[in-house]
Write a protein that binds this ligand. Sequence first.
Ligand code: PMP
Length: 427
Amino acid sequence: MTDLYDRHKAVLPDWLALYYRRPIEITHGEGRHVWDAEGRKYLDFFGGILTTMTAHALPEVTKAVAEQAGRIIHSSTLYLNRPMVDLAERVAALSGIPDARVFFTTSGTEANDAALLLATAHRRSNQILAMRNSYHGRSFTAVGITGNASWSPTSLSPLQTLYVHGGVRSRGPYAALSDAEFTAACVADLRDMLGQGRGGVAALIAEPIQGVGGFTSPPDGLYAAFKEVLDEHGILWISDEVQTGWGRTGEHFWGWQAHAASGPPDILTFAKGIGNGMSIGGVVARAEVMNGLDANSISTFGGSPVTMAAGLANLTYLLEHDLQGNARRVGGLLIERLRAVCAQAPAVREVRGRGLMIGVELVDPGTGGPDPRAAAAVLEAARERGLLLGKGGGHDTSVLRVAPPLSLTVAEAEEGASILEEALRSA
Ligand code: PMP
């Protein structure tokens, strides 16, 4: 491992951040577990940043990938591609968007780039509304709408972005408000911003639950209330479902459904879990919006047959085994168990989340402020005890992120909660 780390440092960029003081080399996985090069087994509560949606080394996905790779891996976007059409039909039907068209990309970043291209072309404007504390990727365009400076390597942008309140309310003047008061305040803020004579904003982009920002949910219905205002101005709503899609939140298949009164978004972006680790992203929009782009394609690789075969097998497994229901049931138990564990831990401010998207926010018990050092220490202590977690929470990264594969069992949920309890005690 040390040798590999030295070689990594010598040839890869310094900013390619690795977790852990002694970085882990993962060699293989099975179910909800992965193994490192030293033969240590870990319970995986982060699923490769939510990319392993169903399970590691799921035989159905492995078989589909191997069979497709044996036929043809990629031919080009110039020819008909059966797995791509098959998956597009399934995604279009699931999206809730009428007359939906689907465009596949290779990542969530590229999906958001494509969504912004669509919205700016449709509205002939480069003005975008985005949420404070948001994360949408790190390409030049995605960085320009990401609302947290620590995730933005540059402040230059081809877009003019206006940041809206609503994603987080645990701090600042909004902290004490009820759901209804908070929603009303955010809508007033949005109206105020749009009322300042700014014509032609193209779109609002938002994560239904902020992922990298620390698994923070706005009140249900916030985006329905926003949509009423957006509709008055013809502004499109882009729902970034890269983390919240495919049933991860348990209650809903898409995060936007927590705001269902507004109906579906105009544009939906997805990625991560659908490929179960294979690089798939994509955009869904109604035909009128999708077909407004004057382009032959956006890149050579989106919709590559091997990734599409993986997506189809993975989606079939997810639906046939009702993993959304599993996320609701096991996630519900895990949230309860973590709340019980954390009730005894003075460093934990809050356990929050939905389904298998759970945040544990750490604070300095003395000041009540965010405690990124404690979060890093618990992350290390959990790793030493065989549990992989994520970190997040904006500039202070003081939130532990729990997002295991959606096939998590009750026994594994119990085991992970117990390890976290020990890690909190020891850190
Ligand atoms: N949007 C959201 C909400 C994300 O969480 C991420 C990745 N963490 C992205 C977009 C970018 O996706 P990718 O890393 O696949 O480019």
